[in-house]
Ligand binder design. Sequence first.
Ligand code: NDP
Length: 313
Amino acid sequence: MEFRKDENKMKDVIIVGSGPAGMGAALYGRRAGLDTLILDATGMPGGQITTTYEVDNYLGLPGINGFDMAMAFQEHVKKFGAQWEPGKVSEIEKQDNYFVVKTGEKEYQGKTVILAAGASHNKLGVPGEEELTGMGVSYCATCDGAFYRGKTTVVVGGGDVAIEDAIFLARFCEKVYLVHRRDSLRGAKILQDRLFELPNVEVIWDSVVERIEGTEAVEQIHLLNKKSGEKRVLSAQGIFIAVGIHPNTENFQNLVEMDEAGYIIAGEMGETSVPGVYVAGDTRTKELRQVITAVADGANAITSVQKYLLENK
Ligand code: NDP
């Protein structure tokens, strides 16, 4: 299909994703006077923080609720007049000196693109997980936790999210089991200290979930201790799976270079293998995936965009 370049529709920068990285980029883009469009796949700006009960490590905002933080970010960006459109990007095509960004229904044209599509929850891939999703199997404790007041729940994973979920659930569940496949947690020490103080949380080490059972809702979680070979069955009404994330980059595979896990290869300034395409936030190769580093990535990516636009007038 032939694309006609339309200077009237041409954006300086199209930002794919409206999490902290995308919103950080949009703020810096507008402050730099760039014609900036954000494409928002979910209709809920904020990305993963919208489902985070408490963000305790963003400078100056100790303990802020993730949803409130997302709203504050959005308000700040909108004040500077970035254009927002709903739409999940299905494809990006490089033309001579611009890009065509396609969603299901629409096409947009941009001189540059920032990929800030974030990441999604991993699944365990065990029997019962898919069948009982929404009926006791959840990937978001802050969204669904309140349904389990006075009940027993299981959290799976050993990272920051799993620990935060267990701490959150312990406030209203009678009992919370944290099931981890190794004998030490990888989450932040400060979170671990808080977790180990809670009387109604039991950590089950070296164990994996083999299957989840229940007729109409979750009833039993079958575990296997990988060291001893011992099996154990937990009676629980809910299971919260927090076993990491994967980048939402499947639709950009033909555009930019990625590592084996699907993260877009880029350094601090967000420069990808394609001039004019930049990446920010959880979708890029990096050590630390946090709100504070995502926002910084957005600012850096805009700096790269400005440099590119100056050099490619
Ligand atoms: P992580 O990748 O940090 O942890 C995933 C955990 O799940 C690990 O403990 C891992 O085990 C375990 N795991 C992975 N696959 C399986 C499996 N198939 N079966 C059983 N266990 C499994 O992911 P998180 O979701 O916790 O965090 C994602 C990112 O978000 C991190 O970078 C984190 O720091 C960040 N984050 C930031 C926050 C903030 O800024 N405040 C808050 C929350 C998260 P193992 O340890 O053996 O690898």
